[in-house]
Design a protein around this ligand. Structure first.
Ligand SMILES: [Fe+2]
Ligand SMILES: [Fe+2]
Length: 266
């Protein structure tokens, strides 16, 4: 039986159950391996406001979040919980780019479906680590802003590619090495191993975002570098990306040196 990629995406986006979200993502991965997914057609997507998130974690302003000093176990749990939350939203961000933007080549959908599967794996690793520390996802409050840029960019694929993979996910490349260093200093090797594997995958996600961003720019007759800066100025608070910028990882992920220097000067 052949399944529509848009129905599979909907199976994750339109349920409140974390287990169902993960199961439907896993099922999509198996169907993809068997070549049983149809990437065509699909009609009209439901509006982004129909996306369903679980009741827990409670979503709060980031200033109300617990401190994440990794020197204590409580602080490590807070950090791992915050990262699990990012990965949980990343599953939705990957599925939503599949679900919302129709009529694109099969390669586009396959690429982002694979990202959704990797994000769900990242989420599961962090949940397992939290369980080892007697905690679980939903125990603590979490950042409420992670869906904002998805909503802001729901009607334009180019804006979505600029602001989600090339901004939100790229931010992970800037900050994860520092977290790995801190966790390593306190001897939390289990968490270090997880973050290292996540970081490797995230370079791939940003690179995929860069490839499609540039492709869509060329199709629209736009210069990718200028367009990206325009999106940053239009959508981000203060009109700039946060510092520090990890040049080495971002270059592996499809940014170029000149572009990064310009971004740093904004
Ligand atoms: Fe991830
Ligand atoms: Fe990612």
């Amino acid at each position: 039986m052949v399944n529509s990629v848009f129905d599979l995406a909907s199976g994750c986006l339109h349920t409140a159950s974390i287990d169902q979200k993960l199961e439907s993502t896993q099922r999509a991965s198996e169907l993809l391996a068997r070549g049983q997914i149809d990437f065509s057609g699909g009609g009209e997507p439901l509006p982004i406001t129909e996306t369903v998130f679980p009741v827990f974690p409670e979503l709060v302003d980031p200033r109300q979040l617990p401190r994440r000093n990794v020197g204590s176990e409580t602080g490590r749990v807070a950090l791992l919980h915050a990262l699990a939350h990012i990965e949980f939203y990343a599953i939705h961000l990957a599925w939503d780019i599949v679900y919302r933007f129709r009529g694109l080549p099969a390669g586009f959908y396959k690429g982002w479906l694979e990202v959704a599967v990797e994000e769900s794996t990242h989420f599961s690793w962090l949940c397992r680590r939290l369980a080892q520390l007697d905690a679980q996802y939903g125990d603590l409050p979490a950042h409420r802003g992670l869906w904002d840029l998805a909503t802001d960019t729901c009607d334009d694929l180019l804006a979505r590619l600029a602001l989600v993979p090339r901004t939100m996910e790229a931010r992970g490349l800037d900050v994860t090495p520092g977290m790995i260093e801190k966790l390593s200093k306190v001897g939390d090797e289990e968490s270090v191993a997880i973050l290292q594997r996540i970081l490797t995958d995230e370079v791939g996600h940003v690179a995929l975002g860069s490839r499609w961003f540039k492709k869509v720019c060329y199709e629209r007759g736009l210069d990718p570098e200028t367009s990206y800066i325009e999106f940053v100025q239009r959508f981000l608070k203060g009109g700039k990306i946060r510092r520090p910028i990890n040049y080495a990882l971002r270059k592996q992920a499809g940014f170029d040196e000149q572009e990064l220097k310009k971004l740093e000067l904004l």
